[in-house]
Design a protein around this ligand. Structure first.
Ligand code: HEM
Length: 353
């Protein structure tokens, strides 16, 4: 079985050793792991899945790239303060206030033939930059840096591919360091004012500017495709509450962040299986068809800070497109998929009217 493409249906045990990692898939186990950051450390959350080969590593060192523990990969006491600072940009009031802007961005993006490129691609990045108070960001460059980074850190890639991607990783990080020193934008001012170092700020922003929009691009892509596969649902999406509950269903069984990682601090037993200390756990976040619960945004201390924003963007997008384009339908062959350890989504959603 392949860690980059496996599905829940293929697993034969709730704790299964695949390709050197322990895949944990029972809801209660995954939740218990996420709820106990002392036994299950978040330290490996952002570690490259394919070990970085020496030539790419030298390039990263030259670019002074580093990812110190800040948010998702931080099990230390500095996590709470950094999390509070970032959370202040995503309060329910700030998120709700973004709704008209999201709706108008969707309206401006109607009419494309590939909904991933025309709609899902840049919208989450534009909304995120607004919320973080970061003006003058070249969105196509940000997307190149962030899609390249996802593949570099979560992909099953060759040394050659690492070398092709490593400049995007390094350039993105250097740009973040520069903006921090220039106090260019609200987020960087808030970090500098709170005494967060340039290195920690760049590491935090590197993750936040990727996690805060690539995942939502993926959720929009999956949700639009799935919604268009069901004509009666497409017709009902404009009704109150239908888009919201459909988004929960997509998150439950087809979440873009299909897995998330933890490291065992000691030997543990999960569903009767003994797992050694220092083992890498791959927690399956996409749920069972028959279970109404989901852990798409994680659980506990590291629960996703953008859950409300992602839900709003997805519901507003689906509702607006379905309202304005009732006759939209899927055409063409099966799309190619993004298959990374932790991220899965269709790369295109081809439509006709
Ligand atoms: C569909 C979209 C998204 C999904 C499925 C998703 C999923 C996740 C998951 C699984 C985690 C790890 C949770 C854990 O360890 O318990 C996480 C953490 C995080 N997410 Fe999201 N996310 C999404 C969108 C966003 C957005 C829009 C933002 C930014 C506004 C964001 C910011 C973060 C941050 C900052 C963390 C780390 C929190 C911490 O360590 O304290 N995410 N997300």
């Amino acid at each position: 079985m392949d860690l980059f493409t496996f599905t829940r249906a293929e697993l034969t045990s709730p704790v299964q050793f695949i390709g050197g990692r322990w895949v944990v898939s029972a809801y209660d186990d995954v939740r218990a792991v996420l709820a106990d950051p002392v036994t299950f450390l978040p330290d490996n959350a952002l570690t490259a899945v394919t070990p970085v080969a020496p030539a790419a590593l030298r390039a990263l060192v030259r670019a002074r790239f580093s990812l110190p523990p800040t948010l998702a990969n931080n099990g230390s006491s500095s996590h709470a303060g950094l999390r509070r600072l970032v959370a202040s940009f995503f309060t329910p009031a700030r998120v709700a206030a973004a709704e008209p802007r999201i709706r108008s961005l969707v309206s401006e993006r109607l009419g494309g033939t590939d909904l991933v490129r025309s709609l899902a691609w840049d919208l989450p990045a534009i909304v995120l930059m607004d919320l973080l108070g970061l003006p003058n960001v070249d969105i196509p460059t940000l997307k190149r840096w962030s899609t390249g980074s996802l593949e570099f850190f979560w992909g099953d890639i060759t040394r050659e591919r690492q070398m092709e991607l490593v400049d995007d990783v390094g350039d993105f990080h250097q740009w973040l360091i520069k903006r921090y020193h220039a106090r260019d934008g609200e987020l960087f001012c808030a970090l500098a004012d709170a005494g967060v170092s340039a290195e920690d700020s760049a590491g935090l922003c590197y993750f936040l500017l990727i996690a805060g929009q690539e995942t939502t691009t993926q959720l929009l892509s999956t949700a639009l495709r799935r919604a268009l596969q069901d004509r009666s649902l497409w017709a009902r999406l404009p009704e109150p509450g239908v888009a919201e509950s459909f988004v929960e269903d997509v998150l439950r069984t087809d979440t873009p962040v299909v897995t998330w990682r933890r490291l065992t601090a000691r030997e543990v037993v999960l569903s009767g299986v003994r797992v050694p200390a220092g083992a890498e756990l791959v927690l399956l976040l996409s749920g069972k068809e028959t279970d109404p619960r989901h852990l798409a945004f994680g659980y506990g201390r590291h629960f996703c800070l953008g859950a409300g924003l992602a839900r709003l963007e997805a519901a507003v997008t689906l509702r607006t497109v379905a309202e304005r384009e009732p006759s939209l339908h899927l055409v063409g062959p099966e799309p190619e998929w993004l298959n990374l350890l932790s991220f899965r989504a269709p790369k295109s959603v081809t439509v006709a009217r």
